[in-house]
Write a protein that binds this ligand. Sequence first.
Ligand code: NAG
Ligand code: NAG
Length: 155
Amino acid sequence: MLAFSHCVLVFCGLHLFYSQADACSHPYPKIGQSCYLLNYERVTWNTAYMRCLSYGGHLAVFETLDELLLMSEDLKKRNDRRNFHIGGRNINRHISGGDWRWIWNGKMIKMNYYSSGPGQPNGSYAKPQDCLFINSSNVFDVRCDYGNRGFACEK
Ligand SMILES: *[C@@H]1O[C@H](CO)[C@@H](O)[C@H](O)[C@H]1NC(C)=O
Ligand SMILES: *[C@@H]1O[C@H](CO)[C@@H](O)[C@H](O)[C@H]1NC(C)=O
């Protein structure tokens, strides 16, 4: 009897897990295996970060290159030429080239690939550009207080 109820619980757990991974709840469309929401309100990176949290998500992080490529291809396919803040940030300007991390859920996950365009990121200690944005051509760094970008939330 004990073993039986245990199995039922495991089965329920798996079922919940799969149905969550399969469906992206409205208004988050599914791109690849993740759920993203592109927001066209133009704000600074910090504001974008807060907005995504208040929507119950977080600023989009692309821990693997395939996630980034899928987002990029989706923007191209829809001919969307706008710019969107994403959850990447330089946490140490004192290091040449910076120390780039995905900021998410209290973590600072080290970026293990770099997919920015030629000459990017090009911030420096004197001219900091510590925040990342994406558009259909690539990933770029920009001043964090630059308030003229939309943003991509993930849930
Ligand atoms: C993406 O942003 C870069 C840097 O601002 C810009 O040079 C490029 O033209 C943008 N791409 C598109 C498709 O707008
Ligand atoms: C970094 O590159 C971008 C795109 O080419 C350019 O618009 C920007 O002025 C550059 N920033 C610095 C600090 O060189």
